[in-house]
Design a protein around this ligand. Structure first.
Ligand SMILES: Cc1ncc(COP(=O)(O)O)c(C=O)c1O
Length: 388
């Protein structure tokens, strides 16, 4: 195989762990039954695998298996949560609160609801990417039905104070949803202790397969009602119809199981790599860390670099490393990242930004190589600019 760039885009997606793949394989060919087929062993085998996977996921977040609704990923889970609550509770109120740095899979369903007459308050963030709880306090209205704040940001890795937010929602009888696409398996998530009502997940940021995710839907204290957004055979207790993808579900559960076992050591390892990378890069002048220095995902380093053109920088880095500028989900667009813009950066600074997503399979040697190449590329681009 030809030499491939070092993969440092683990917030966009991750490689499937071979242990996950091994767990999935029998469910493509041998145990391929439909989990809804109740009349024969093929169906029973698939149903047993789905049941076990559901239990693993539920246990991982301290929920019950009945509270897990499988979806195609976090985009669908967010859509189901936000539009499902809006449709079920519109007679109670039509006001929703969310945050400027959310993923588009939260912001766009909110924008869609605006076209139907819902009012959306989009909270700004502070310079470190965290929301200001006093601003949230002021944003609540008697007709607020939902607050949606992500657990971990996909660009700057910032971890929002979920427990404080949920406490404020509880006091007011407002439903709290959190997009935990980047958080599951990387930080502890306990829906009871954290008083979460709805939480979205995806497998492919966690060394699991693409095309599978889940929504946690609280069933007690309070029971959250959701209007289904996909109608059909009544799967997932009527909340999400469609034949369950047994291999992906099994892979998702295996990925979560591995991540939870490895969480403490992996976070320590990733923190070391991230600190090493930052130590090296911060020797450059005009370089800024985006997001809170410690309240962030262990594997996330997001920087802005003064005095270089973002596109030229990426071009120079590409032969050696696969990194992202802005959100991977929208990297086809040239607009500056809405997350970095929300931090209050000047547009130009937002353009020359890099997101390093360090993951399980990266090594210390790779980080050294990445640091050296980034430094020399920035230096050479700056020199060319002076000469031009
Ligand atoms: C925070 C966040 N939410 C939602 C999504 C969308 O997840 P999926 O690809 O599973 O639809 C992503 C993926 O980029 C994400 O990072």
């Amino acid at each position: 195989m030809s030499h491939r760039p070092i993969y440092l885009d683990n917030h966009a997606t991750t490689s499937v762990d071979v242990r996950v793949l091994a767990a999935m394989l029998p469910y493509f060919t041998e145990h391929f039954g439909n989990p809804s087929s109740i009349n024969h062993v093929y169906g029973w085998e698939a149903e047993a695998a789905v049941k076990k996977s559901r239990e693993i996921l539920a246990e991982a977040i301290n929920a019950t298996p009945e509270e897990i609704v499988f979806t195609s990923g976090a985009t669908e889970a967010n859509n189901l949560a936000i539009k499902g609550v809006a449709e079920a509770y519109f007679q109670k109120g039509q006001h929703i609160i969310t945050v400027a740095t959310e993923h588009n899979a939260v912001l766009d369903p909110c924008k869609y609801l605006q076209t139907l007459g819902f009012e959306i308050t989009i909270l700004p963030v502070q310079k470190d990417g965290l929301i200001d709880l006093t601003q949230l306090e002021k944003a609540f209205r008697p007709d607020t039905i939902l607050v949606s704040v992500m657990a971990a940001n996909n660009e700057i890795g910032v971890l929002q104070p979920l427990t404080e937010i949920s406490g404020m929602c509880r006091e007011r009888g407002v439903i709290f949803h959190s997009d935990a696409a980047q958080a599951i398996g990387k930080i502890s998530l306990d829906v009871q202790a954290m008083q979460i009502d709805l939480m979205s997940f995806t497998a492919h940021k966690l060394y699991g397969p693409k095309g599978i995710g889940a929504l946690y839907v609280r069933r007690r204290n309070p029971r959250v009602q959701l209007a289904p957004q996909q109608h059909g055979g009544g799967h997932e207790r009527g909340m999400r119809s469609g034949t369950l993808y047994t291999p992906q579900i099994v892979g998702f559960a295996k990925a979560v199981e591995i991540a939870l076992q490895a969480q403490a050591t992996e976070n320590e390892y990733l923190t070391q790599l991230r600190q090493r990378l930052w130590e090296q890069l911060s020797q450059l002048e005009g370089i800024y860390l985006n997001g809170h220095p410690t309240q962030r995902l262990a594997g996330n380093l997001n920087i802005s670099i003064e005095g270089v053109d973002g596109a030229a920088l990426l071009l120079g880095l590409q032969p050696v490393m696969a990194v992202s500028s802005g959100s991977a989900c929208s990297s086809a667009t040239t607009a500056p990242s809405h997350v970095l813009t929300a931090l209050g950066h000047a547009e130009q600074l937002a353009y020359a930004s890099l997101r390093f997503g360090i993951g399980r399979f990266n090594t210390a040697e790779e980080i050294e190589q990445v640091a050296q190449h980034t430094i020399s590329t920035v230096q050479s681009l700056r020199k060319q600019k002076i000469l031009a």
